[in-house]
Ligand binder design. Structure first.
Ligand code: 5AD
Ligand code: SF4
Length: 469
């Protein structure tokens, strides 16, 4: 969870005219796609006078952008809404109105339930309808009841979102190029909440990337639920894959660092693997979820590949880019997972060696095939497996980070460090790196001698050659 709280704006009572400034507070949970969506919602509301404020108490509009992927998503939303209700009531006592909106995948999946249980919510909107937000705000102001928009409209939201994004700070930005998923993994709600897979036209992505570069962005992370399945209409009337798009972004748009997430092993085509060899702008870090190392469980999950196919794929990627750091997602305790299946997962982890990973206990999501499956795994078994798996992944992560101590690496500085006088950035392998250095480094890339490994970050010193101006 993270709460986006960019610089302050001046909150005004909601009764002010549309040209006056109004406070907007967006709370974002979940994946990077939600972070991107929250930024786009802020963009779409800017012409109405909404500016970000650091606290909901100052906000004429509060948006809770939710995530539905795992356990207790809805309960978390209702408990946060209870808190926001108090904020809304306190503001009402001061004569200030508040529009409260719930967005994201929980809104999509449980919109009706939200309005029934939290009638003080004014707007419920699914991820495909953000471009209609201004109209919804106007309707909410007029209407006595709440506004709900959770359909999958025929028009593409991206065609209707404003071209101008707020200038990103820190030289790094997300750019959504693809949404939705047709893979229907047994456990996953995404195909239902985000809808069918669709790709933005290459030209639209390129135009957005050009604006980001003009605003000082050095690194773009291309986002999509299945980003390497990207197949956007190209300006040459052909379909472009991710590789073609990345090459144009690197060579013609001039992006210095490109990342993409999240990829599916099944869509890791040869041309993309080759791009990791010969496109230096592609950063040597790849999030490639495998979920399980057991062929039986992978089949039950409908993942469409075996454990050995994943091993072979990683081998080809490492042949192409020997310093490639790998990250993955794991689920323990999928229905039917036995001790032997879990042992296969541990074997895969030991074979590959991950630089970083996310791991979860299987949680049953209503409406997904696995929810109705037989042989659900007991909670204490899941707990024990998760602990064992995370312990090994931790050792691997520490070993990977230890191996970068002594290396000189280019770091993109994205913000202040935790200690005064420090700036913080990202290594090519997506490690957090802190150094003593001036604020003027923020948004720039400089070489760092990496000297220390801490639990979740590295410490280093700027190299002699770094221009500190
Ligand atoms: N239970 C546990 N983990 C899940 N994920 C997705 N759905 C579930 C679920 N029902 C995990 C997967 C996915 C990541 C984003 O969240 O590992 O890759
Ligand atoms: Fe969910 Fe599977 Fe699609 Fe990933 S590939 S979003 S896990 S259904």
């Amino acid at each position: 969870m993270n709460s986006l709280s960019p610089p302050s704006g001046v909150a005004q009572p909601q009764s002010s005219t549309s040209s006056a400034t109004r406070g907007l507070h967006v709370i974002t949970w979940g994946c990077q796609m939600n972070v991107y969506d929250s930024e786009r919602m802020s963009d779409v509301l800017r012409p109405l006078g909404y500016r970000a404020v650091g606290t909901p108490d100052d906000a004429d509009m509060i948006i809770l952008n939710t995530c539905h992927i795992r356990d207790r998503a809805a309960e978390k939303v209702f408990s946060e809404l209870g808190r926001l209700r108090k904020v809304k009531e306190a503001r009402a006592e001061r004569g200030e109105g508040t529009v409260l909106a719930v967005a994201g995948c929980v809104a999509q999946a449980e919109g009706g339930e939200i309005l029934a249980r939290a009638p003080y919510v004014d707007i419920v909107l699914g991820p495909q309808t953000y471009h209609r937000l201004p109209e919804m705000v106007a309707r909410a102001a007029r209407a006595a009841g709440a506004v709900i928009e959770t359909d999958f409209p025929v028009e593409q939201k991206f065609d209707f979102l404003p071209a101008d994004r707020e200038a990103p700070v820190g030289g790094a930005a997300f750019l959504t190029i693809q949404e939705g998923c047709d893979k229907f993994c047994s456990f996953c709600v995404v195909p239902y909440t985000r809808g069918a897979e669709s790709s933005r036209p290459a030209q639209a992505v390129i135009a957005e990337a050009r604006r980001l570069v003009a605003a000082g962005v050095r690194e773009i992370t291309l986002l999509g639920q299945n980003v390497n399945a990207y197949h956007g209409d190209g300006p040459d009337a052909r379909t472009w894959g991710l590789t073609r798009l990345a090459r144009v972004l690197a060579d013609e748009v001039g992006i210095e660092r490109i990342r993409y997430t999240t990829s599916h092993p099944r869509d890791m085509e040869d041309d993309l693997i080759a791009a990791h060899r010969d496109l230096p702008q592609l950063m040597p870090f790849l999030h490639l979820p495998v979920q399980s190392g057991s062929d039986r469980v992978l089949a039950a999950m409908n993942r469409g590949h075996t454990a050995d196919e994943y091993r072979a794929l990683v081998g080809r990627l490492r042949d192409a880019r020997p310093d490639l750091a790998l990250s993955s997602d794991f689920i323990v305790g999928h229905p039917g997972e036995t001790d032997a299946d879990f042992a296969d997962t541990m074997r895969l982890i030991n074979d590959i060696g991950f630089a970083q990973a996310y791991s979860f206990k299987y949680s049953s999501r209503p409406g997904t095939p696995a929810a109705g499956a037989a042989m659900h795994v007991a909670e204490d078994v899941k707990d024990a497996r998760l602990q064992e798996l995370q312990a090994v992944l931790r050792v691997q992560q520490d070993a990977f980070n230890d191996a970068t101590v002594g290396v000189t690496a280019p770091v993109l500085f994205t913000g202040h460090g935790r200690k005064p006088g420090q700036v913080s950035g990202k290594s090519p392998w997506l490690q957090a790196v802190n150094v003593d250095g001036p604020d003027s480094l923020i948004g720039r890339i400089a070489n760092v001698d990496i000297r220390h490994r801490y639990t979740n970050s590295l410490g280093g010193v700027l190299t002699e050659e770094t221009d500190r101006a």
